[in-house]
Design a protein around this ligand. Structure first.
Ligand code: AMP
Ligand code: ZN
Length: 474
């Protein structure tokens, strides 16, 4: 598979450390609020990537953290802990907030057909692993204690800006206007591995450590959790584009310094979902969530379909009009699927030919919009419904837009609407029988006959007996 690598700035052949096996890591949610549909764009595209790798035959092991401590309101180690902020807002404990929003995140994933990684680890589960890694970095001379905190010394690296994607503003992290400079840092770009002292007090969760009672920095959690579950060599690391700097840059710095060798070969980043007024963000008050979409009457899978229509390396602008268009297209695909007559044999040759085209679309840097074009092409194919349904089922192992399931629901709904309720049917039959009787009394045999035919077409047979007209339903 050819896939863009943020590390090399090239679309290149995706390679793994061990043939046929992929160790994949995903930066998970910070659970202080509902995930907005922008966050979920990243998880949808990562889900497609994981499923496509499996479709290609790789054995994938995927781990994801849940950030429930240490992510400060500024990615540059300043501000308040986001979890504490959430707890204050809702008058709950940090752990209550974490549980509530972790469950909400997984519920959203389920609605969007996002497979939850088999390994999910909350940061607060791994304090011993963080302490071990920070101690190792101090021993190797890559970290230092200052003012009670432990910092990573970025000057010890030949190349700290591995992604080369920083801009002047990134370089100013920690010294931006409105953000106080941290005098403990030896270099502007140094970052906190372990806090015992921070700019705010009352951190709710604290643990003992060789450096005093405190809590981990945000970046160390992903390096340590990845190492714990996926070993020393990672094949694929994913996240939204905002994670490139400083989060992923810092993950690479500390992981490679600790391990003493290159760590992760391939970096996959999803560009942002924006609104017409700019980036979607959890801290910007009213946020667009899956529940908001549902309240407005959208099937969450329409949002997944909307995301797949665009390439993950292009930013995507959200608007209700654009979502309406996606909903209309999705509805048409569901109706076409429902109309397939799936009796008969699958045409294997055609199936393989179409499958190869679908695979080729995704092989080319996960081009989901071309993959959706292949879905349309299935309906145009000169073959039977059984082959078309088999192709849709096969593609859905990757796309998970659920056309076959939605078509089944549509058929059930249509049948329920068409078939009148038992009571309604009885009164309709009785009304027709009495009209026929009146017609016969009036010697209007043509009308009487036509009512008999109508009843027969409805599956109702009638016989005239001395006790009146009796009917049976076929
Ligand atoms: P967070 O819960 O803030 O840690 O973010 C979870 C994931 O969503 C990370 O991978 C972010 O990079 C990603 N993300 C944040 N904002 C957006 C956005 N507007 N569009 C797409 N992905 C985003
Ligand atoms: Zn991370």
């Amino acid at each position: 598979m050819k896939l863009y690598n943020t590390l090399t700035h090239k679309v290149e052949e995706f390679k793994t450390h061990e043939p046929g096996k992929v160790k994949m890591y995903t930066c998970g949610p910070t659970v202080y609020h509902f995930a907005h549909i922008g966050n979920l764009r990243s998880y949808i595209m990562e889900d497609v990537l994981e499923k496509f790798l499996r479709y290609e035959g790789y054995e994938v092991t995927r781990a994801m953290n849940v950030t429930d401590v240490g992510h400060l309101t500024s990615d540059g180690d300043t501000g308040e802990d986001k979890m504490l902020k959430g707890a204050r807002r809702e008058h709950k404990t940090v752990m209550e907030i974490a549980k509530f929003y972790t469950d909400a995140f997984f519920a959203d994933c389920e609605k969007l057909n996002i497979k939850i990684p088999e390994i999910v680890e909350p940061a607060t589960n791994c304090i011993p692993e963080f302490i071990k890694m920070v101690s190792g970095l101090i021993e190797k001379g890559y970290a230092y204690e200052a003012g009670g905190n432990v910092y990573f010394d970025t000057s010890k690296l030949d190349d700290y800006y591995v992604f080369n994607a920083h801009n002047a503003e990134d370089l100013e992290v920690g010294v931006r206007e409105g953000v106080e400079a941290d005098d403990n840092k030896k270099n502007k770009t140094d970052f906190v591995l372990w806090f015992t002292k921070s700019k705010f007090e009352d951190q709710e969760l604290k643990w003992d450590s060789p450096w005093g009672l405190g809590y981990p920095g945000w970046h160390i959690e992903c390096s340590a959790i990845s190492l714990k579950h996926l070993g020393e060599y990672l094949d694929l690391h994913c996240g939204g584009i905002d994670n490139v700097f400083p989060h992923h840059t810092n993950e690479i710095a500390q992981s490679e310094a600790y391990l003493g060798h290159p760590w992760c070969g391939h970096w996959f980043h999803v560009l942002h979902l924006n609104t017409a007024s700019g980036k979607m963000s959890k801290s910007k008050g009213q946020i667009l969530t899956v529940s908001v979409l549902e309240e407005k009457g959208y099937d969450p899978l329409v949002y997944r379909f909307f995301c797949l229509l665009s390439h993950y390396r292009k930013s995507l602008v959200f608007s209700w009009d654009a979502l309406d268009n996606a909903a209309a297209s999705y509805g048409k695909l569901v109706a076409k699927t429902a109309a397939l007559d799936t009796d008969g044999e699958v045409d294997r040759a055609l199936f393989d030919e179409y499958r190869a085209k679908f695979k080729a679309a995704l092989d080319a840097d996960l081009n989901t919009s071309n993959a959706i074009t292949e879905v349309y092409n299935v309906f145009k194919a000169k073959t039977n419904g059984a082959t078309k349904a088999a192709l849709l089922a096969d593609y859905d192992r990757v796309l998970s837009i659920g056309l076959l399931e939605a078509a089944e629901k549509l058929k059930e709904k249509n049948e329920a609407e068409e078939a009148p309720a038992a009571g309604e049917l009885t009164s309709k039959i009785e009304e027709m029988i009495s009209r026929r009787l009146e017609a016969k009394r009036a010697r209007d045999f043509a009308t009487a006959d036509s009512i008999r035919c109508e009843l027969s077409a409805m599956g109702v047979d009638i016989v005239d007996t001395p006790d009146g007209t009796k009917y049976t339903i076929r």
